[in-house]
Design a binder for this molecule. Structure first.
Ligand code: PBG
Length: 324
């Protein structure tokens, strides 16, 4: 058989395949989400996220030293607020002695170069488990944005490098940028969850922080997964309002959105490989139905190939260990 072009030549062996590989994962790509708890010596395994833990501050700092040595340069903090701290104003969210604020300071003291990003949304502090202030069964936008501004300022004052609003209220990026500028926090960046879909894949995360909505769902603020063009609008608006990094979330069911956003913007694009995506791989691997390590690398590479410059993933440590 005569063939003018034999495509398999470039797949002949591992050396050639790696020479022509278009997408190379590195630990620089990862943002490691971390769950923070009160107390001491707490390392609580989240039932729906096997192998993933909530740490008290003493163990959290140890973990962060370890992951820094593995080449991970950025962490994204989430806290579990005690029930007695929860109300319908979110006030604990900007308590300067709150768990988040103490966590930021502790990490910055332990590993000053680690990029500390913080979740900005009211759900861990809400008696209703919603990302905003509730009135008559509705989530109020503008009142919530005021709370998010206070929350962002207190994270910035504690030393956060980036605040990461994950609530999907309208206008919050502009309001946060403005207040950072006006309050001597012009060095703090914003990573906006700009295209965040109302997704069932957040289930295990809500177990991790005990933050499931008490009534209804999040569909009046998070996006309808049927939509594509809306993701572009949301993202372009957030960039105009001052977002330094934008995000698509979840990741694997939204690779088309990641690519489309990447093609349209000139800021770094992040993707959040969420808790349910972690849980699926873990569960299938436990049953012996998938090779966990291979599934991790294939998933993360596909997210990067789709256009993500950064990937928030619970597999950051596993992947960094394999790549190292
Ligand atoms: C809350 C928040 C959620 C996640 C990140 N920030 C859950 C939600 O919106 O209900 C999900 C992360 C994950 O599932 O890994 N603002």
């Amino acid at each position: 058989m005569y063939l003018q072009k034999r495509n398999r030549i470039l797949r002949t062996n591992a050396s050639i395949r790696s020479m022509v590989a278009e997408t190379i994962l590195t630990p620089n790509d990862f943002i490691l989400p971390l769950f923070v708890d009160e107390g001491e010596n707490v390392k609580y395994e989240i039932p729906s996220m096997p192998g993933y833990y909530r740490y008290s501050l003493d163990l959290l700092t140890e973990e962060v030293k370890l992951v820094w040595d593995m080449g991970i340069k950025s962490v994204l903090l989430f806290v579990k607020a005690k029930d007695e701290m929860k109300d319908n104003t979110g006030r604990e969210a900007w308590n300067e002695k709150g768990l988040m604020q103490r966590a930021i300071k502790a990490l910055k003291q332990t590993v000053p170069e680690m990029i500390v990003m913080t979740d900005v949304a009211l759900d861990p502090y809400s008696i209703y488990g919603h990302d905003g202030i509730v009135k008559d069964g509705k989530i109020l936008n503008d009142e919530t944005v005021e709370a998010l501004v206070k929350m962002s300022l207190s994270h910035a004052a504690a030393g956060a490098d980036f605040v990461a609003p994950s609530d999907m209220m309208d206008g919050r990026i502009g309001a946060i940028r403005k207040s950072l500028e006006e309050n001597n926090c012009s060095k703090t960046g914003i990573m906006s969850y700009s295209a965040k879909y109302a997704s069932c894949f957040y289930g295990p995360f809500r177990d991790a922080l005990d933050s499931a909505p008490g009534f209804g769902d999040k569909k009046t603020y998070q996006m309808n997964y049927a939509n594509r063009v809306e993701a572009i609008n949301e993202t372009l608006q957030d960039i105009e309002q001052g977002a330094d990094i934008v995000m698509v979330k979840p990741a694997m069911a939204y690779l088309d959105i990641i690519r489309e956003v990447k093609n349209r913007v000139t800021v770094p694009v992040s993707a959040y490989h969420v808790s349910g995506e972690y849980a699926m791989i873990k569960a299938a691997a436990k049953m012996g139905w998938l090779d966990e390590q291979k599934a991790i690398l294939e998933s993360l590479t596909s997210i990067k190939r789709a256009g993500a410059d950064l990937i928030a993933t619970y597999f950051a440590k596993d992947a960094a260990a394999m790549l190292g």
